[in-house]
Design a protein around this ligand. Structure first.
Ligand SMILES: [Zn+2]
Length: 144
């Protein structure tokens, strides 16, 4: 019974990831340009992580807890909005990163998650991602 429940939850998580990748990131399932354009492995990794749900945000890591943390409880620990720490919150909404987003006005404002992740010009985006992850790691280390 327990194993069956765990298997079903894992299946749902895989389906959610596949849906996200197919609907939001790469609807035509094309080879992604960033693999050829970016020269730094770290830049490629950050972009690939955020585009494939393979990152350390709580929306992802909290699905590996036992028992699994329900989606609505995977909240951001950097702000007090009680929002799920998913890609949209991390990239576009969390007030803990406002000072970083303000340096990337053209990238972060008047946009949505799909537009941001579907960008084919990665210069600013890779810098934004590095700064966001770096800030997140610094804050979380301080609060431990
Ligand atoms: Zn937040």
């Amino acid at each position: 019974m327990f194993k069956e429940k765990m298997r079903r939850e894992k299946d749902l998580e895989v389906k959610r990831k596949l849906w996200y990748y197919k609907e939001v990131i790469n609807p035509n399932l094309e080879v992604q340009k960033y693999f050829f354009v970016l020269t730094s492995s770290e830049n490629k990794i950050n972009i690939a992580k955020i585009r494939t749900n393979s990152h350390e945000l709580y929306s992802e890591t909290r699905c590996w807890t036992v028992p699994k943390t329900p989606w609505v409880e995977r909240i951001c620990h950097l702000c007090e909005t009680m929002s799920v720490e998913d890609e949209k919150h991390f990239l576009l909404e969390c007030p803990a990163y406002t000072h970083i987003r303000s340096q990337f006005y053209n990238l972060c404002y008047n946009t949505n998650l799909h537009s941001l992740l579907a960008r084919q010009h990665f210069g600013d985006f890779r810098t934004l991602l590095s700064k966001l992850f770096e800030h997140r790691n610094t804050i979380l280390k301080q609060t431990k």
